[in-house]
Every structure is written in structure tokens, then in C-alpha cells.
Design a protein around this ligand. Structure first.
Ligand SMILES: Nc1ncnc2c1ncn2[C@@H]1O[C@H](COP(=O)(O)OP(=O)(O)OP(=O)(O)O)[C@@H](O)[C@H]1O
Length: 294
């Protein structure tokens, strides 16, 4: 499959804070990706680097095979939709739409009209008179209608009520089915987007921890439970925080193939296993022991 975005050996820091630590990710063309990571892990920074809003100084980011330095026009393939957009506050909604329709060459004006009606956005209003959720919707409409080969939504549901979140997901899926392209959704609402995603990229501590299809993640993500020593005789869990502890019985998350050989060993040692959801995997991976009162 063609690569829409190829990120190689990417490093980026803000002062001493390392955000990307030799990061490597491939985003294929024609798939919907979830870009997941806790607050402050660097999702927006990565998106800014992809869109050249932050300059990539160490490593390489190729858009359809070319870096921005090689060919600045690759940026025309990218539309980034952010939670906070800095549109001129006195501009009317219709003027903002018009400006963007000229910017994106495959912009779907008819769809924009339909989505404005669906989301009840009055195009005659000025940007400043929109509510927070309506501002998000305006940006999302532009993202969907841009029809860009690479469309990235950075937290697209901030401020949206449950009804509008569902309309947004439906509209995105319908538009994607009509015009398959690469869509990346950076979000915290994993359970809500889970059924939309084909592939998932989970970042943590400056690096990609998991990049896999959702189908494989569902097969490879487990809770394993049993006696701690028995567990440690099969898996390397010393540095991992248990999910649960009950007497001698420990539960950990595990990501990988449990082949028949391992499963036989687990059975002999009375270790149980169960598949978990993407959300459970994400929460488990990011879990630490919290003691607020000691
Ligand atoms: N311009 C900047 N200067 C200094 N530090 C920055 C800058 N931009 C981001 N950071 C820091 O880099 C880290 C990553 O920020 P980023 O916004 O990329 O995270 P994120 O994963 O998108 O977070 P969230 O989910 O909360 O939106 C944070 O610690 C943030 O404070």
C-alpha cells in the first residue's frame, strides 16, 4: 500500500523536554488512524511537524514520498483541523468557508451546505458569535469538505455534545466511504472512535509504543492473571505496574501473540488470560500507582 506519511528517525525537543525520541511511523494511504497518547505526550507537536508548522530539524518526514524541503507543494495534500483555530473573529462563517474552499482544490461546497444544515450552523453569523462547540463544528466541516488526501483532526470533538459527536463521526465515515483518503484522529475519546479506526498509533515517552491494525490489537491485547512468580517465569513483568492485586494473585496487561505453546505453559501454571479492548489496553499501558494520601 502507498505511504501517505513516512516518519523516519524523528527527534524533537522543547528545551530539555524530549517530545519525539527517534520516532518512526508510517501512515498508509486510504486508512483511518487513531493517534493516541496521554495529555502532553506530543500528539499536537507531531501533527505540527507533519504539517510543517513546526520545522523538522532532526529526522525525516515524507509526504507521498517527498519531504517539504524537496517539494513544498506536498503541503497541499494536508488539511489539519485543530481544536483551537485562529480565524478572524469578526469574519462571517460563510467568508471563512469561502476562504477555505479556495484553498483546497477538491473542496466540496455542496457537502459544506448540507453539514451546516445538519449541525445548525448559521453561515451569516460572525465567528465570534459561535459557541465553543459550534466553532469546533465549523473547523470539522472544513476538514471533511477539504477532501484532502491527508486530513488530520486534532481533538475534533472538544465541546461537542453527544448528538453532534455522533453526527460528526457519521459524516466523516460517509465522506471517507465516498472518497477514501488518509484520516488521522488524535483523541482521548477512545471508546467513541474505536469502531471508526482501522489502524492505531499509541505514543508514550517520546516514542511509538504500539502501531497495529485495530483488528490485531483486539487479538493481541490481554489481561493475564495468576501467581506473580509463575507469571514472571513466562513474561517479563518486573517493571510493569499490576492492574490488580488480590493476595498472591496479580493481573497485568500484555500485548503480543499468545501462541499455543505459551497458552499450554500458562494452563499448567494456572495463569488465566482474557482479551481486552483498545481502551482497556490504553488505560493499562498508562497506569501508575497513585497514592494521594499516605
Ligand atoms: N511551543 C512549545 N514550547 C514549549 N513546550 C511546548 C510547546 N508546545 C508544546 N510543548 C510541550 O510539549 C509537550 C507536548 O505537547 P503537545 O501539545 O504536543 O501534547 P499533546 O499530546 O497534543 O497533548 P494534549 O492531549 O493535552 O493536547 C507538552 O509538555 C507541552 O507543554
Amino acid at each position: 500500500m502507498d505511504l501517505a506519511i513516512e516518519i523516519k528517525d524523528l527527534n524533537h525537543s522543547f528545551g530539555k523536554k524530549i517530545i519525539c525520541n527517534n520516532m518512526n511511523i508510517n501512515f498508509e494511504y486510504g486508512k483511518i488512524y487513531g493517534l493516541l497518547g496521554r495529555n502532553g505526550t506530543g500528539k499536537s507537536t507531531l501533527i505540527n511537524l507533519i504539517g510543517n508548522q513546526l520545522v523538522c530539524k532532526d529526522g525525516e518526514i515524507k509526504i507521498f514520498g517527498k519531504t517539504v524541503k524537496e517539494d513544498i507543494s506536498v503541503l497541499e495534500y494536508i488539511c489539519i483541523v485543530r481544536e483551537k483555530e485562529f480565524f478572524l473573529k469578526d469574519y462571517k462563517v460563510k467568508s471563512i468557508f469561502n476562504m477555505h474552499s479556495k484553498f483546497y482544490k477538491n473542496y466540496d461546497y455542496n457537502l459544506q451546505k448540507k453539514l451546516s444544515r445538519l449541525f445548525e450552523i448559521n453561515e451569516e453569523l460572525s465567528y465570534k458569535s459561535l459557541s465553543r462547540g459550534q466553532k469546533t463544528l465549523l473547523s470539522n466541516i472544513i476538514g471533511i469538505c477539504s477532501n484532502c488526501s491527508i486530513t488530520i483532526f486534532d481533538e475534533p470533538t472538544v465541546g461537542l455534545d453527544a448528538v453532534n459527536r455522533n453526527y460528526f463521526y457519521d459524516a466523516l465515515i460517509e465522506s471517507y466511504s465516498e472518497n477514501p483518503r488518509t484520516i488521522i484522529i488524535a483523541t482521548h475519546l477512545i471508546e467513541e472512535v474505536e469502531n471508526l479506526l482501522e489502524d492505531v498509533v499509541i505514543i508514550k515517552d517520546g516514542n511509538v509504543k504500539i502501531t497495529d491494525s485495530l483488528e490485531d490489537i483486539r487479538k493481541k491485547a490481554y489481561y493475564i492473571s495468576g501467581n506473580k512468580e509463575n507469571l514472571n517465569s513466562i513474561f517479563e513483568l518486573e517493571n510493569q505496574t499490576p492492574i490488580k492485586r488480590f493476595g498472591d494473585n496479580y493481573t497485568y496487561w500484555y500485548y503480543g501473540d499468545l501462541n499455543q505453546n505459551i497458552k499450554d505453559k500458562m494452563d499448567k501454571l494456572n495463569i488465566s488470560y482474557e482479551n481486552i479492548s483498545l481502551n482497556e489496553l490504553f488505560l493499562s499501558m498508562n497506569r501508575k500507582d497513585v497514592a494521594l494520601y499516605e
